[in-house]
Design a protein around this ligand. Structure first.
Ligand code: ZN
Length: 147
C-alpha cells in the first residue's frame, strides 16, 4: 500500500537532497520491498529501518488535478497552475505541479514525465528553490501524437 505525500521543502532540506532531486530518487525497504517517494528512514509497512536507494523511471499518470488561481506566497507569477496527484509507474503517489499544459489538456490517467524546474524564489536575494514538476509524457511532441 502506498500513501500520497505532499512535497514541501525548505532551503536547507533542499541542499541535503539535491542529488535525489536531479534523478527522482526515493528508496525501498530492503525487507518487504515497499517503495517510497520521497525517501523515508523507516518502512511504515513492516517497521524495518533497512532502506536502500531506489531510482524511479520518472514516468507516471495523473490521478487527480486542480487548477490553482489563488496561490501561496511566492507562486504568484505562475497562476493559474495545475496541482496534481501523480502515480508513478512504480506505484508511489506524490503531489506535484504539471507544467507545459493548457487547461483543456490535462485529464485523469494522462501520462506524464518528470521535469526538473524552478519552484520558487525567496526575497530579493533570490534564493531559488528547484525541484520536480511533471509535464506531458513525450513533451514537446505530445500534442502531435494525439492528432
Ligand atoms: Zn518494509
Amino acid at each position: 500500500m502506498f500513501f500520497p505525500e505532499v512535497i514541501e521543502m525548505s532551503v536547507p532540506r533542499f541542499w541535503r537532497r539535491i542529488h535525489s532531486l536531479y534523478r527522482l530518487e526515493g528508496n525501498k525497504c530492503s525487507k518487504c520491498k515497499t517503495l517510497y517517494f520521497p525517501e523515508r528512514n523507516r518502512c511504515i509497512k513492516c517497521n524495518s529501518n533497512e532502506m536502500e536507494p531506489f531510482f524511479y523511471s520518472g514516468y507516471g499518470k495523473v490521478v487527480s488535478y486542480s487548477w490553482v488561481y489563488t496561490p501561496p506566497k511566492g507562486f504568484k507569477s505562475s497562476i493559474p497552475y495545475c496541482l496534481s496527484i501523480i502515480e508513478l509507474d512504480e506505484g508511489p503517489r506524490l503531489t506535484t505541479q504539471i507544467v507545459a499544459v493548457d487547461q483543456d489538456e490535462v485529464s485523469i490517467d494522462m501520462p506524464v514525465e518528470f521535469a526538473f524546474r524552478k519552484i520558487s524564489s525567496e526575497g530579493e536575494e533570490g534564493v531559488i528553490t528547484y525541484g520536480f514538476k511533471f509535464r506531458p509524457k513525450g513533451y514537446p511532441n505530445h500534442k502531435k501524437k494525439k492528432k
